[in-house]
Design a protein around this ligand. Structure first.
Ligand code: AHR
Length: 500
């Protein structure tokens, strides 16, 4: 079958926002310990950070990194993670039923962010703690000097403040699994009071209030309304979290997962704007999609991965991703870009070992999962502005989402450099799609790169034993004539074409 995409450089969604390529490092499983940090590793630097992982994080192109949780943050005492390492206490982490050595804390993580060229996005504990502890952390990280906590940071080696701009007001407080879980009224009030106190310190902080931890939550929609009615004037973003997986062998529905993400975004935008008009506010709240990924959560919940033992850095949530997973992830990123007028921050959850694009073995290798590729290529090629495509393609029926397009796509165009990029997904399980992309308004003369992620085995994966089983392949079918691009997309594939 054939399909077409029409691109008009005037149909701008928003400037490409680097914060859409954020990620997430939680003290969970082997994300921090044996992930980014492993003092005995051959590539470890003086801080204990694995330089092979740093190189992969840079290649991935992640921007803002959310830290230190996640569910972990709701029991976290940030003070445990500062000062001489030998004096730091071991604590129990109730969220993931494991032991926390506190060998990595905010100072180390800030140094790691500098190494990877990423922006630190901090979460405060509103599960078991409150306003005072959030203000203390803010003083420690952001105040220049001359106060008790800023001088303590300086004594701990950081002369300059970290100047953290984005702060999450707790994590998934709508979830009954959350330590200190609250109803929307209670959380909305606490978030509003915490935000107002933090803005008394710095009115330009960018604060994220917890939205729903999934569109399937019974309180979805109503949670956002109530929380925002309490906190609207004090916060800047509302968070969205969504994880997708193939269920019961229904690959067709799974490949259309971005329809759920689209619905989620539209619902939260509508709710936030409803509150805006109700409160007669002049400001607009945007979305921080600060947890999104593929996660085989059903299998995790059914497993006995978390047992009664208290262990340091146990192997948890180490999903191994397939080609199909990578195609879905590429499509989710297309969806985030398409909505980048309102989704102005996003974090792939997570970064290393824990539902992650990067995997490591202790003392051994670090390698790329299948999902690494669409993320890294999109992050590298997307620049300038996001262009809304006009798509014409066949459809198929899905069990979960009804009718879905076989093709999804988005484009970016950078006027200054003249570079543009088109990202495409073929959701068909059986047919290649030959797509005609009318890109004449981009004035491009040639193709500089055309790559696809595809394999005849949609369940092929990269593993420790076979780290390069799946990768990008050049898409030799791509051709540009008089500004019109034609490209053939294999079944279940993700493709990027760069033009100049
Ligand atoms: O990313 C894994 C977990 O998913 C996070 O800790 C939590 O916020 C979410 O439920």
């Amino acid at each position: 079958p054939n399909a077409s995409v029409a691109l008009d450089r005037g149909a701008v969604v928003a400037p490409v926002n680097r914060r859409l390529f954020g990620s997430f490092v939680e003290h969970l499983g082997r994300c921090v310990y044996d992930g980014i940090y492993e003092p005995g590793h051959p590539t470890a630097d003086e801080d204990g950070f694995r330089r092979d992982v740093v190189d992969l994080v840079r290649e991935l192109g992640s921007s803002t990194i959310r830290y230190p949780g996640g569910n972990f943050v709701s029991g976290y005492k940030w003070e445990d993670g500062i000062g001489p390492r030998e004096d730091r206490p071991v604590r129990r982490d109730l969220a993931w039923h494991s032991l926390e050595s506190n060998q990595v804390g905010v100072d180390e993580f800030a140094r790691w962010c500098a190494l990877t060229g990423s922006e630190l996005m901090m979460a405060v504990n509103l599960g078991t703690r409150g306003i005072a502890e959030a203000l203390d952390l803010l003083e420690y990280t952001n105040h220049p000097s001359g106060t008790a906590l800023s001088d303590l940071r300086i004594a701990n080696g950081a002369t300059e403040p970290y100047d953290i701009r984005m702060w999450c007001l707790g994590n998934e407080m709508d979830g009954p699994w959350q330590l200190g879980h609250m109803n929307a009224e209670d959380y909305g009030k606490l978030a509003a009071r915490t935000a107002s106190a933090m803005k008394m310190v710095d009115k330009d902080l960018e604060l994220v209030v917890c939205g729903s931890s999934g569109s399937g939550m019974p309180t979805f929609g109503e949670w956002e309304r109530v929380v925002l009615e309490h906190s609207y004037e004090n916060v800047d973003f509302v968070s969205c979290h969504a994880y997708y997986q193939e269920r019961k062998g229904d690959l067709g529905s799974y490949l259309a997962s971005s329809l759920d993400m689209q619905y989620f975004i539209e619902t939260v935008v509508a709710t936030a704007d409803h509150v805006k008009h109700k409160l007669k506010s002049k400001k607009t709240i945007n979305l921080s999609f600060d947890e999104w990924n593929i996660w085989y959560l059903d299998e995790h919940q059914a497993s006995d991965e978390v047992n009664d033992e208290w262990r340091f850095a146990p192997r948890q949530l180490e999903d191994v991703y397939s080609v199909a997973d990578a195609v879905v992830l590429g499509n989710l990123l297309i969806t985030l870009l398409k909505n980048s007028d309102r989704v102005t921050s996003a974090s792939l959850a997570q970064l290393v070992n824990v539902i992650a694009p990067i995997m490591t073995e202790p003392g051994g290798d670090a390698w790329r999962q299948t999902t690494f590729f669409p993320f890294s290529v999109t992050s590298r090629l997307a620049e300038g502005v996001v262009v809304r495509p006009s798509i014409s393609a066949g459809t198929y029926e899905t069990e979960v989402y009804g009718t879905a397009s076989l093709l999804d796509s988005v484009a970016t165009f950078d006027e200054e450099s003249g570079r543009s990029a088109v990202f495409l997904v073929n959701r068909s399980q059986t047919e290649s799609l030959t797509v005609t992309v009318d890109a004449r308004s981009f004035d491009a003369a040639r193709i500089t790169e055309a790559v696809s992620l595809h394999d005849d085995d949609v369940y092929a994966k990269n593993t420790h034993e076979d780290q390069n089983r799946v990768g990008l392949t050049a898409n030799e079918s791509a051709a540009l004539a008089d500004g019109v691009l034609t490209v053939t997309l294999p079944p279940v594939s993700w493709t990027a074409v760069a033009l100049t």
